[in-house]
Write a protein of this length. Structure first.
Length: 98
């Protein structure tokens, strides 16, 4: 479910600026030509795809079936005694007048 700038409708009202080396500009222009896009569309599409992937990577991760089973087993175990945590929760909250 990748959203690209070319798939979004509406006028472009925000301006972005960037600096590139001559080599970077050449690569970007060539790639835009190959993709039959303007340089602006190519850069915006590519940047949005990278941004979305970065955000997805923060929310979604894949694990093998074996690791998933191990994780589920850990979650299903009864909680272990934790005297330090029990002590912490037995104290009054620091934000209350006690």
């Amino acid at each position: 479910m990748t959203t690209t700038m070319s798939s979004l409708r509406g006028p472009r009202s925000s301006r972005l600026g960037l600096r590139a080396t001559a080599e970077q500009e050449q690569v970007l222009r060539r790639a835009a030509e190959v993709a039959h896009k303007s340089l602006t569309d190519f850069i915006l599409d590519s940047a949005c795809q990278a941004a979305e992937q970065t955000l997805i990577d923060q929310r979604l991760f894949l694990v093998s079936g074996e690791r998933c089973e191990s994780w589920l087993e850990l979650l299903d175990r009864p909680p272990a005694d934790n005297p330090g945590l029990a002590d912490l929760f037995s104290r009054p909250e620091p934000w209350t007048d006690a």
